[in-house]
Ligand binder design. Structure first.
Ligand code: ADP
Length: 208
């Protein structure tokens, strides 16, 4: 379960961003909605342990994230939180399999080769384990980034504007994959978007 309480963030020279309290129970699927500039990315980064808020708490499975040391937070993030960015980034010199494997190593976990291949298979990338990022299309890379985000069985899968650069058909596919893959990995799901096509696709909404 994730709780955010009394969260406030302050960038220099702009008004403070205040976030309503939010409780995300295990396996719940949420849309994070708000117009551009409303603070969606800021909130996701705070929940993911990437941006320390000015005030308030983020509690993931009973642990107050910003009370951890930096090193403990890195491991905690790697184990508990799967992140999918709008444009996926992969290490160019490693193939897709190894890119996913390093996500486990960075989190201090053993590499589970069977799970890597199973996730790639589920995401329609069965033959791509040995390919390099430059050999995959944007849509395939987006799916590979979902596999990477899920490899460590995170408590929560976070996707920031995952559909904004996709056409209708691919946007639909990515949302279906996120919801079904989060469910089959027992992860909660948060999808931040201002994409109208995605509305009504998840059962719960948090509005900024
Ligand atoms: P969204 O993801 O909803 O578009 P953001 O979280 O990116 O919103 O931004 C929220 C507000 O914070 C915006 O007004 C933006 O200009 C401001 N902001 C975001 N990042 C920074 C930054 N690094 N420095 C200063 N202001 C920022």
């Amino acid at each position: 379960m994730i709780k955010i309480q009394s969260l406030v963030h302050q960038y220099p020279n702009v008004p403070a961003l205040r976030f309503p309290d939010w409780e995300i129970k295990d396996r719940e699927q949420w849309l994070l909605l708000g117009s551009s500039g409303s603070g969606k990315s800021t909130l996701l980064n705070i929940i993911a342990g990437l941006l320390k808020p000015k005030g308030g708490n983020v509690i993931v499975d009973g642990t107050s994230v910003y009370d951890l040391s930096l090193k403990a937070m890195d491991q905690f993030r790697g184990q508990k939180i799967g992140i999918i960015f709008q444009r996926p980034h992969f290490i160019k010199s490693l193939n897709i399999y190894d890119n996913i494997a390093v996500a486990s190593s960075f989190a201090g976990l053993p590499v589970d080769g069977k799970r890597i291949l199973m996730l790639l298979d589920n995401l329609g990338l069965a033959g791509k384990a040995k390919s390099y990022a430059e050999e995959l299309s944007q849509g395939q890379l987006q799916r590979a980034s979902i596999a990477r985000a899920l490899i460590n069985r995170p408590s929560v899968l976070i996707a920031d504007e995952p559909t904004s650069s996709l056409d209708d058909e691919n946007a639909e596919n990515v949302i279906s994959l996120l919801t079904t893959q989060a469910a089959s990995s027992d992860a909660s799901l948060i999808v931040a978007t201002h994409d109208k096509r995605v509305r009504n696709r998840l059962s719960k909404e948090y509005l900024l």
